[in-house]
Design a protein around this ligand. Structure first.
Ligand SMILES: Cc1cc2nc3c(=O)[nH]c(=O)nc-3n(C[C@H](O)[C@H](O)[C@H](O)COP(=O)(O)OP(=O)(O)OC[C@H]3O[C@@H](n4cnc5c(N)ncnc54)[C@H](O)[C@@H]3O)c2cc1C
Length: 498
């Protein structure tokens, strides 16, 4: 066996990104995905004449994807077309008011002025504050393997560590947003960004206010043809670079001798490898794929999973021009919604409703007289006692009633339907308790508690994906693949020198 071999577990974005980089670095890479298609939580479904992205719908930080293509030696624009979204989202507030949020500062300030003239200046100050958090944290918390002591202590990171108090870690997102804005609707709008990495705005540290800067400062994008085009493009690049991709190939075990990994077991057969890059949820991998190490398992299982979700894919035989590509219909009591989700682990009585309609940008995704609605509700992660079948029926009714109240009486317009619950997310993607963003950031120390990209238990074992550093969401999981591949390559070079 040549000594530059890597077995990659899973075909999600983190794993794919790592596999591409490793192949480019001269490693022989085999990737094993349990499902028939790649992409994990970035997936697509066609129901009759309607085509849907079933997971991610908004792309941020596209430079991370450009960087991956450049590294691999390909031109991103040959594969993918990124389309800026404007408005980024249309917000429907409980009092009946509507606001279009935009990355265009003039438009955004005008929209805020319509809602609450006194808060225009507050928005300018908030964006500057969020940008400062971004500038202080991006390098260290997104691009650096913070669990590697040597790298963390590099001069420029070391300086940042001394300025951590400036990134607002001691207040919650809600406390901090409330200090800037006076209008409760704007507070709700800026609070909701905590959910973008699966967290609770009433618990998560205000450092997460970096997220609105990423959206309004750097922009929100759509991938022409659907977000799933990203997976097709990365698959093509991986194949060009010689990555051997095996689908419908579940890894049953990560093989090791107690000290070092030696490959993976798939369909009862051992595939030898010097390195294993695990892109499956790291908590689940420790529970199910790695024998021994029960203490570590217990510790990992104490990490709080992120939000889960309930998704309704609805092919609607009607046009709704009052809706934009992305829409959020807020609940009337945000704090109660999150208390039910995170404290009581219950399905909320009144959910916030997010609707993405890609046929607004890609007419071919629905019939000429129709639209493809992807409807997402925040849900608790799985705990015993929840009854998802019953809750799905209840939520469907609650959502349709609320939509009718806002002016969208669609019950009789639904032509095709598919529903996903947290149980489906757990089963389909082997995510920890159905979480969709890995570990929640509800705790101040989460950035450091989140699993590292290099195993401390087994030499040669590395991790990528939303459950490990730097966290969930498309750009971050792609960065996790970059960090893991770099660590593997550096480790390999060091072991050759020794
Ligand atoms: C409904 C929803 C909406 C979202 N919206 C957005 C959004 O708008 N913007 C955004 O940036 N992010 C969004 N996200 C989050 C984003 O999609 C994820 O963070 C990201 O795709 C996760 O990538 P990952 O690398 O962790 O892999 P995953 O997507 O978790 O994939 C892991 C893969 O590993 C496979 N696997 C697991 N175990 C094994 C095994 N034993 N053997 C072989 N294969 C295995 C699974 O089948 C799966 O394909 C959303 C997610 C969901 C579900």
């Amino acid at each position: 066996m040549e000594n530059k071999t890597v077995a990659v577990v899973g075909g999600g974005l983190g794993a794919l990104s790592g596999a591409i980089r490793l192949a480019r670095l001269g490693f022989s890479v085999q990737l094993f995905e349990k499902n028939p298609t790649l992409g994990g939580k970035v997936n697509e479904v066609v129901l009759k004449d309607y085509r849907f992205d079933t997971g991610a719908s908004l792309l941020t930080m596209p430079s991370v994807i450009n960087d991956l293509f450049n590294f691999a030696g390909f031109k991103r624009s040959d594969y993918l077309d990124f389309v800026p979204i404007d408005p980024i989202c249309r917000y429907f507030f409980p009092d009946g008011s509507v606001m279009d949020a935009s990355a265009d500062k003039t438009k955004m300030k005008a929209a805020i002025a319509q809602l609450s003239p006194n808060d225009v200046k507050a928005y300018e100050r908030f964006l500057k504050y969020a940008e400062r958090i971004h500038d202080l944290t991006a390098e260290i918390f997104m691009f650096t393997p913070i669990h590697e002591f040597g790298k963390l202590m590099r001069h420029r990171h070391f300086r940042t560590l001394f300025r951590l108090h400036q990134i607002d870690p001691f207040r919650t997102v809600h406390q901090s947003v409330s200090r800037f804005f006076s209008d409760s609707r704007l507070i709700q709008l800026f609070d909701h960004y905590a959910t973008y990495n699966g967290s609770d705005p009433f618990q998560a540290p205000a450092t997460l206010n970096i997220i609105p800067y990423i959206e309004y400062g750097l922009g929100g994008y759509y991938v022409k043809g659907g977000i799933y085009r990203l997976i097709n493009a990365l698959k093509a690049v991986a194949c060009e670079l010689g990555v051997q991709i095996h689908t419908s190939a579940e890894v049953e075990q990560i093989c090791h001798d107690g000290k070092r990994v030696s490959g993976v077991q798939v369909n009862g057969e051992k595939i030898g490898a010097n390195y294993v890059l695990c892109g499956a949820d790291a908590v689940v991998a420790h529970d199910k794929l790695i024998d021994g190490h029960q203490i570590r398992q217990k510790k990992l299982n104490r990490l709080e999973p992120s939000l889960s979700g309930m998704v309704f894919l609805w092919g609607i035989r009607a046009k709704h021009p009052e809706l934009a590509h992305h829409n959020t219909i807020f609940s009337s009591d945000y704090s109660a919604e999150f208390k039910q989700i995170f404290k009581h682990r219950k399905v909320p009585d009144e959910p916030t409703i997010y609707i993405a309609i890609t046929s607004k940008a890609d007419a071919a995704h629905a019939p000429t007289d129709g639209e493809n609605w992807f409807v997402l509700l925040n849900m608790p992660y799985l705990v015993p006692g929840q009854m998802w079948e019953k809750e799905t029926i209840r939520m469907r009714r609650v959502v349709l009633d609320r939509l009718k109240q806002v002016g969208f009486d669609i019950a009789d317009q639904i032509e095709v339907e598919q529903i996903y619950t947290p149980e489906d997310f757990s089963e389909l993607y082997a995510s920890n308790q159905g979480s969709i963003y890995g570990v929640s950031s509800n705790n101040k120390a989460t950035a450091f508690k989140r699993l590292p990209n290099r195993s401390r238990l087994l030499d040669g074992l590395y991790f990528a994906g939303g459950s490990v550093h730097p966290g969930g969401g498309i750009p971050l999981v792609i960065l996790s693949g970059k960090i893991a591949a770099t660590l593997i390559s550096e480790n390999h070079d060091r072991s050759k020198e020794a």
